[in-house]
Design a protein around this ligand. Structure first.
Ligand SMILES: [Zn+2]
Length: 64
């Protein structure tokens, strides 16, 4: 029997929430480790967290 919840899981993972990193602008996809802190997560990595003060100007050289 097929799953009954159509639209919720269509075979891809795009249903996961995501948002841009406050420093590098890279898209961060929800991780289980962030389940409880997702609203507070602003940086994609420890490095960006440390670089947050250097992020006065938006990064215009991102290429993804
Ligand atoms: Zn980042």
């Amino acid at each position: 029997m097929p799953r009954k919840r159509d639209g919720e899981f269509a075979g891809n993972k795009s249903y996961l929430p995501s948002k841009p990193c406050a420093v590098c602008g890279r898209t961060m996809t929800w991780r289980r480790a962030w389940a409880k802190t997702w609203d507070e997560v602003r940086y994609c990595s420890e490095r960006c967290r440390r670089n947050k003060r250097a992020a006065a100007a938006p990064d215009t050289s991102r290429d993804d």
